[in-house]
Ligand binder design. Sequence first.
Ligand SMILES: [Zn+2]
Length: 170
Amino acid sequence: MELDVSRALLAPGTEFPFSAVETVPPQDVIGETVTFEPALLQGAYSAVDGAVRLTGKLTTTAHAMCALCMEPATVPLAVSFDEEFRKDVNELEDEAFRYEGKQVPLNQLTLTLIMLNLPMRFLCKRNCAGSKAYQALRKETPKSSCEEEEPRTQRPFEALQRLLKEDEEV
Ligand SMILES: [Zn+2]
């Protein structure tokens, strides 16, 4: 959806509260489909010199397959944001989003925040033992146990590298 920021443009420097619900289509994440419950964005918007600033928090729940046992996995996401929207922006080069007129589009912001904060892999529970096949594999390759020490959240490119590595190991 689009957020009408005309009040902020008329009163530069003043913060206005907002809350919005954004629907995010299923995403293909390195070959796996991840679906999302409607994302709730709550925060404030303000304008200075024609640029609009949005701050607040995004919450949603992501659904995918557990990486270890293939059962459904649910991961709640809560992402704080502080983002700028400008009219003259090149989204590929600048650290800002584009908006037109008096409407700030929330779809690209929402998708970007979610994709940058997805866990590197989905687990159905913290200590999922994995499928029988996975357990058998782990017994044969005990070295992989150090993987558990890694943080759960990584940037997409790191996750990609990691997945490629895992592919080679299989
Ligand atoms: Zn599992």
